[in-house]
Design a protein around this ligand. Sequence first.
Ligand code: NAP
Length: 343
Amino acid sequence: MSFDSQFTALKSQHKLLDAVLWVVFAVGVLKATTFVLSFSTLLLDLFVLPGVNFRKYGAKKGKYCVVTGASDGIGKEYARQLAKRGFNLVLISRTLSKLENLKTEFEKTYNIDVRICAIDVAEDSSENYTKVKEICAAIPITVLINNVGQSHSIPVPFLETEENELRNIITINNTATLRITQLIAPLIVKSAKDAHCKGLILTMGSFGGLLPTPLLATYSGSKAFLQAWSAALAGELKPQNVDVEIVLSYLVTSAMSKIRRTSLMIPNPAQFVAATLKSVGRRSGAQERYATMTPYWSHAIYHFVIENTVGVFSKLANTINYTMHKSIRTRALRKAARHAKQQ
Ligand SMILES: NC(=O)c1ccc[n+]([C@@H]2O[C@H](COP(=O)([O-])OP(=O)(O)OC[C@H]3O[C@@H](n4cnc5c(N)ncnc54)[C@H](OP(=O)(O)O)[C@@H]3O)[C@@H](O)[C@H]2O)c1
């Protein structure tokens, strides 16, 4: 090969290398810019922007908010904090006495109207839904909080999950949430239109659904279902002026989590709900997802870090999650054995 042709070949190889380096550089700049922008938005959402004004959802205008699973834990706090913002309430849960006590307390403290509906949504009976419909039909509802939920009593391999537990989780978390939303959402669309305000539907998701969670497989699947369903519904109801969001949470102290002490990573229901209601319309830790929020600050940073490192569907995340829940199961079984011995 002559010197000239060797030189031409070398030059074209260099051109190719230059082009590859430019592409790598451009992709790197794009990734870094996206990362910086989304981390800045996370910080703005969590620590800088003011709380959302619920007047746009009809607060202090005689409008009603329906809360499911309202008699305890996170649901009770949603009810309390929405009452404080000036909403009348429809409280739905299983135990009538708890609902009656809350009705008395909220009506007295916040000077609002509270209607109650005691049903066991695990039954999935048409009588239950008729009851909900009768209570809600004639009142102007603009907000629905789909909070009711059930998890496994302790982490358990899917193959050993009792049929009753499996059915209850799916019926409560999914079927009841869908049926109640189908009843309430048309009422929200109408009331919001009549009052020239917006409607809002929040549904409680979970990190158990964000990350596939071994030993909580059915709960994990039920919450992942809600994630996709809620985001799809958000697209459908947006033109009708209704904001639909799924709320993602890591652990919160409650009867369900069986955790009593708060920590940096584990708020109590009051702290969790305050962060949620402040953040409506913002993604906080869920920067990569439409119509989704991870509102509590430490949960938000945790979500952001997982998403931007190993990813929620990675083998590593799955293995860590499995190890953690295996250890929780072992401790729960030991505790149950101790308890049985003492009896
Ligand atoms: N706590 C956490 O760490 C955590 C984390 C992520 C997501 N979440 C989600 O947050 C939501 C609330 O959880 P939580 O911890 O506040 O639960 P919780 O303290 O156990 O309260 C559950 C509420 O739902 C009601 N309820 C339960 N089963 C029912 C049924 N079959 N029919 C009607 N009402 C029923 C209960 O009513 P009664 O008192 O009358 O039984 C109670 O008011 C759930 O969707 C959960 O998956 C919780």
